[in-house]
Design a protein around this ligand. Structure first.
Ligand code: TYM
Length: 334
């Protein structure tokens, strides 16, 4: 049987990259007739410092963003990672399956640790094994993610395959990364060679789902571009990463192809294109941020919904982790 699982870290405001690359696609998958399980991964978030009250607030905000974007807690399981013990428990078991050499190849760790890797948390290093636990605790088969998470899903496959091989079982299905749609890698508005990220120190580098219309317009106005007018087709954007990114964002928001967008703006400069882009963005994001505000007005209700989701998530994951312990030779005391 198939099961979709994915997660987002509540380590800041969710961005337009998270929306187009992940959340919007999570919503679309709800209609596939396959079970969908979506997780706010607060235990991943704490691999770098999070002030406690901020983390709690950001986790509720992320839950509100999921629901405002169209995740229906009656059709999807929506929950918070730390409320379901299977994640931490299975992560330890998988830490003992994953190889150091595999972890050392993770590019996201290398990027995040930078030159100062002696002083990052052990959790940041082990993070991909926790992600493997998230996925494998549900026997998930399809993992919708943006481009940057591909390597982590591949590592999950390696861990699952090694477990199955070492213990001589056919227990964990090998999950498939599902990286599709027009916006698998939305780039920073300040630098066309970096991805748009919640944790970029520059707020001007990203659109947050919480930004109001004026802020969105201003950030696009200030977005870095070249000085050339727009070409007539996507071919002409080849060596223009910033221009390509903005056209791509427009296309992803409006549901058109890049060529369709360019046929409307051929020969126009960014002075014309950027306000039009802001309008499309506001028309899509405005209603989402309004609904987010409505959900956030009642944090107790968000906590109730997450609690219910955690109950459903636990019902699936606890037996899978118990079986994992049994396969590994542990005594099942309870
Ligand atoms: P996170 O929180 O960094 O990002 C959440 C999702 O958004 C996608 N994404 C983007 N897509 C397109 N353009 C961008 N600029 C962009 N930035 C982020 C990410 O690819 C991701 O799909 N480790 C994961 C969270 C996680 C997870 C999991 C995902 C934990 N456990 C299990 C899947 C399955 C992360 O840090 O995502």
């Amino acid at each position: 049987t198939q099961r979709i699982f994915s997660g987002i870290q509540p380590s800041g405001h969710l961005t337009l990259g998270n929306y187009l690359g992940a959340l919007k696609r999570f919503v679309e998958r709800q209609d596939d007739g396959i079970e969908t399980v979506y997780c706010l991964v607060d235990m991943h978030a704490i691999t770098v410092w999070q002030a406690p009250e901020t983390l709690r607030q950001q986790t509720r905000e992320a839950a509100a963003a999921f629901m405002a974007a169209g995740i229906d807690p009656a059709r999807s399981i929506l929950f918070n990672q730390s409320q379901v013990p299977a994640h931490a428990e299975l992560a330890w078991l998988l830490n003992c399956v994953a190889r150091l050499g595999w972890m050392n190849r993770m590019t996201q760790f290398k990027d995040k640790a930078g030159k100062n890797s002696e002083n990052v948390s052990l959790g940041l290093y082990a993070y991909p094994a926790l992600m493997a636990a998230d996925i494998l605790a549900y026997h998930a088969t399809h993992i919708p993610v943006g481009e940057d998470q591909k390597q982590h899903v591949e590592l999950t496959r390696d861990i699952a395959a090694k477990f199955n091989h070492d213990y001589g079982v056919d227990f964990f299905p090998l999950p498939e990364p599902v990286i599709e749609g027009p916006a698998t890698r939305v780039m920073s508005l300040r630098d066309g060679s970096k991805k748009m990220s919640k944790s970029d120190p520059s707020d001007a580098s990203r659109i947050n789902l919480t930004d109001d219309a004026d802020t969105i317009a201003q950030k696009f106005r200030k977005a870095r571009t070249d000085a050339e007018p727009l070409p007539g087709s996507a071919e002409g954007l080849k060596d223009r990463p910033e221009a390509r990114n903005l056209v791509n964002i427009y296309a992803a928001l409006s549901g058109e192809t890049q060529d369709q967008v360019l046929s409307q703006f051929e020969g126009k400069g960014f002075g014309d294109f950027k306000p039009a882009l802001a309008d499309v963005a506001v028309s899509v994001l405005g209603p989402i941020s309004t609904r987010m505000g409505e959900y956030l007005a009642d944090p107790a209700e968000i906590d109730r919904i997450l609690g219910e989701g955690a109950g459903k998530a636990e019902a699936i994951s606890a037996p899978i982790v118990a079986k994992t312990r049994e396969i590994m030779g542990m005594i099942l005391s309870r």
